[in-house]
Write a protein that binds this ligand. Sequence first.
Ligand code: ADP
Ligand code: MG
Length: 732
Amino acid sequence: MSELRLNALQKTKKNTIHLNGKGHLNEKISDIFSQNVFGLSAMKDYLTESAYYAIISAHKNRTRIDSTVAEHVAKGMKKWAMDQGVTHYTHWFQPLTGLTAEKHDAFYKPSLDINGKGIESLTGRELLQREPDASSFPTGGLRNTSAARGYTIWDPTSPAFILELESGKTLYVPSVFVSYTGESLGNKAPVLKSIEALNKAASPICQYFDSEVKSIFPTLGWEQEYFLVDETLYEARPDLMLTGRTLFGHSSAKGQECDDHYFGAIPDRVQKFMHEFESESLKLGIPVLTRHNEVAPSQYECAPMYEELNVSVDHNLLVMDTLHRVAKKHGLKALLHEKPFGGLNGSGKHNNWSMATNTGSNLLAPGKKPSTNLKFLTFFVNVIKAVEVHADVLRASIATPGNDHRLGANEAPPAIISVFIGDTLSTILKNFKLNGLEKDGQLVDLPMELDIPGIPEALLDNSDRNRTSPFPFVGNRFEFRGVGSEASCSFPMTVLNTIVAEQLTLFKQDVEALKAKGKEEQDAIVSVLQQYIKESERIIFNGDGYSKEWEKEAAKRGLANIKTTPYALDILHSQKTKLLFENHGVLSSEELEARYEVLQEFYVNKIRTEAELLKELTHTHILPAALDQQDKLISLYSGYKEMGLTKAAEGMKAQVEKLSGHTQNVNLNIEKLEKAILKAESAKDVVKMSKCYSDSVTPLFDAIRTDTDALEVLVDDSSWKLPKYRELLFIK
Ligand code: ADP
Ligand code: MG
């Protein structure tokens, strides 16, 4: 057998119970939860009263912390961290790479006195602001490479935490990342601004219903899907290592068709990994409470209890890092790519989103009688309308090269943005459109007659689930299912917050305009909502989002169906989108333009890497094995012929022809690929280049793969170099 693959197969860590990992969760969760977070209880113990309340107020009322208070906080935070054995601290920020970044500094400051020992300290200034050089992050032209200054500034609304590695402990301070001239160079500042925009737009509307409400904030509960493969096999797959997905690989004879993995018993080795991963996450204050097997073999999911959106975005980034870190300890590799394996389900990151008030109520909770609940209907209809008007921007927010494999391939969910609301709520909206608010209303959440002996009565939800919709309503929240598994939630959530803020602002204007004409407030609200329902009908779709019929129907309704990233991004470049973000103070038009460039550049870089690697692996891994096989067959053919075994010889000949047919196709398509890459590289700007890669280079990936995958099942198993799908997916 090919040495590469054989070695990998022999070294799989499936029999190792755990390497360095602990693999158990036998502490009570309430004992370890938030243990490594500078949260309320640590702050109470370590901060002066005024510093403590300043942080609470920053969190609740988004007030600013001044430098005197920062001095107190820094002192307390450092003391807390050092009491846990921390030596270093870092501002933890989110550049436009979509990842997180950090630059560690020791607390220790040497003494200038030659005999002095130096001290550990953290000043208020150091806590508030750092200046990493950071000149090599993508900026989309927001600054010249020569103008390297970028500042990280403490975000007190997301708690600092300690990351505990075997090598030591570091204090992490969540931070925004801005340029010398104040532009956002990262993803966190726009999230914070969009939260404020939503608060500004939604709070006055709450006043129509409840004068107690002073502020609102969005909530987010993400569900993270991922694959786990044995680390040794992963390392024998250069494509997984460099691109996160398999560029080659014939489907395993058995895949997901029996649904035997979905929600099945979690394999022991995986459960050990999960226990440790969860324990690490819980200590960081991330409430990961749900775990299960997903549809594809070796695919899993974890989900936390939802949190305030900014913290939840940070927590998801932290969870993605933690997945990678802990998997390694268990000899596993976590694959977060949206489509690591052809022919199997890809991975998403459902973003469950809602809005909550400072008084603790969920603005999207329908209550028992939604048809009488004007507050619910107001927010519900406005979100639908926001999606209807800004579907294109929402689509752009989830456009990444990895996600093209899901959205562009009629997988779950499709590239057409639509909203699922289910039959019950559809009927309620229909009636509301005609007759306005009901007085008595029908109860939802009805008991279900099961008639199974010994089984208690169940409750029926107000909507069924729809797995094929990119944006379904699920009981008391919307679930943005289109977000990619590898993506940060930050941009999709920034967009969602902003379009809803925009819509609610217009709603208020429309209602006030009617009131000014003498309409009663409630009547004005009802009539504006009735109008909105009419205008939004085309975005509501309760059927099967994968079907061909929906593609046709959506086209008739005038809904966009943009399948690839470079084109989906174009809307970010438009005047309409620039105004939208600028009006709400979320992104200036320069900042938006910069994102547009960075995202296009990201696409080019990813696809270029895939193309280059595909070429290389074809020459170094695939074709040599095919040629070996061909030689073997040819010598058999000659042997049989000499022996006068004509039939056997003919058989060999047929096989050789099949093989050489595929190798010729591969060679031909590789030649085409080389030309297509050259053409793309000669494009005048990055947008043209990314479109050229998308139009001319990526279609060849599939073409090449058709033949290389066919070769995989024609070539002697012992000469095939790359670990096969069945090995990657079923060795646990
Ligand atoms: P399912 O697989 O049924 O969709 P999960 O339990 O995997 O459900 O995930 C549902 C997610 O939705 C959880 O993170 C949950 O906390 C979150 N969620 C529930 N209510 C809200 C809400 N009001 N706002 C935001 N997220 C919510
Ligand atoms: Mg879900």
